[in-house]
Design a protein around this ligand. Sequence first.
Ligand code: 16G
Ligand code: MG
Length: 565
Amino acid sequence: MSSNVLSESDKSKVVDLANRHTKPSGTTYQYGTAGFRMKADQLDPVMFTVGIVAALRSKKLDSKIIGVMVTASHNPEEDNGVKLVDPRGDMLEQAWEGYATALANSSSPEELVHQIHQMVTALQIDLSKPANVIYARDTRPSGPALVSALVDGLKAAPGGTTTYTDEGVLTTPILHYLVRCKNTLGTEEEYGVPTEEGYYEKLATAFKKLLKPRGSIDSQNAPEELLVDCANGVGTTATEKLAKHLEGYIKLIPVNTSIDKLGVLNKGCGADYVKTQQKLPPSMVPLLQPNQRACSLDGDADRLMYYYLDRNGKFKMLDGDKIAALVAGFFGELMEHAGISKEELDVGVVQTAYANGASTHYLSQRVPVQCVPTGVKHLHHAAEHYSIGVYFEANGHGTVLFSANALNVLRRHQATSPAQQASLENLIALTELINQTVGDALSDMLLVEVVLAYRGHGGAEWDSLYTDLPNRLVKVSVKDRGAFKTEDAERRLTAPQGLQDKLDALIKKYEGGRAFVRPSGTEDVVRVYAEATHKVEADELAFKVAGMVYDEVGGDPASRPKEFM
Ligand code: 16G
Ligand code: MG
């Protein structure tokens, strides 16, 4: 019998277990851009309430499997975080973020029961339904204890039985993959074998269809070996396992693989280090040779940065924008070779305001380009509107999505020559190689290698697609980032009032100037991005804008950073 009411025993179960996970007074939690993320020692009560939300989400969606990923990605090792994965392997539906936040902020076990009751009533959740949840974590030392708190939450979930499975230590994209596989098993949309091994096998099989073994003519442009900086995180094991599956096709050499050593996760390495420092991780310096390329993953392996040394040994970065430019063009080319018109399948690119202006210019001349607010969920949803939707954030998060119609067109298309057939098969193999659930550093890495080999290009040729405009990113610590409101995909401020007009007047003075201000979704800061034709001007513009932001929120003049001239 269906029920939207918590029984007395449901209530006492919640209260009993909640008493082991009490929220410290004065802390406020927020399900932000990528779930809850903060210092690990503050997360215990949040993990508990997330367990309850995961079970309720499953009940609401007819007992479909919901995923929970425990990670703080590229953040320092002492942080941790948690996010929920919906049945198709995508991010939690946005409307539920508020409920997750409300439950996490309940001030007492009784208040928590009340919040659950409100949620169950508002959403008409049938509590009698069973719930199914799977979870995984990254390599952070705080992970196991947080997982126990999560399990208490799953046990506390009201109503019908909650079944949960510990998937162990996995990359974020593998957990997303598992959720989708398990939910589609036995249906027409079956996504893959629902095991970690199934994931490697799927990627490797597709890669081997696209690239012939080393030594054959088609593989002459693939690198002998590719150094993969694993950020001393969970990407290490995944890269090692994937490497075994790809033996004879590409040699992946994991670097920064100390997953058992304390304090080294994301430290001086990883995708975020490369993007923000714009230099090689020190551990790569003795390894990388001129003209050689390599890549870095972040702490949960959903972000990818490529780079190479030019022939003079100078570091050159190939970020998410460059990946989008490389990949979007490739799909257009393959479709043409397969005899599929742009009317049958449209290719579109989704970026954020951080995309380098030169990349937007390059891409806009070739395909439709859309700009959306920061955060994977926004890009992912926008990309779903194209037959082939390429989305990448400059920081290396991204993937390519194929619509159901695109998959049908590819399946049904009749090639009229062996060459067309080969291109068609390549396109189909790409739909298997590319993770359809979320940005995936390992899958993206193999995609990049395929495109480069196909074109016979190395880092330098790839880099020459366009030249990045000089740019600068600055953060300003403020008391209340909530005072900053944006519109037009975060490119313009609507509050504080009048600030955007001042910014416009300033930006106008710079050749090729562009700048925007947005409140961070993950830290208590406001971010400023600026670009201009010349590096010194990009820097100056960024600092002047930062100064305006600082003054606007009444920062203490004595502690005004001196760069904010
Ligand atoms: C999170 C987002 C990332 C975004 C970043 C922005 C996901 C999985 N991750 O890491 O996409 O670029 O936040 O951070 O959505 P910010 O709001 O602090 O600038
Ligand atoms: Mg990440």
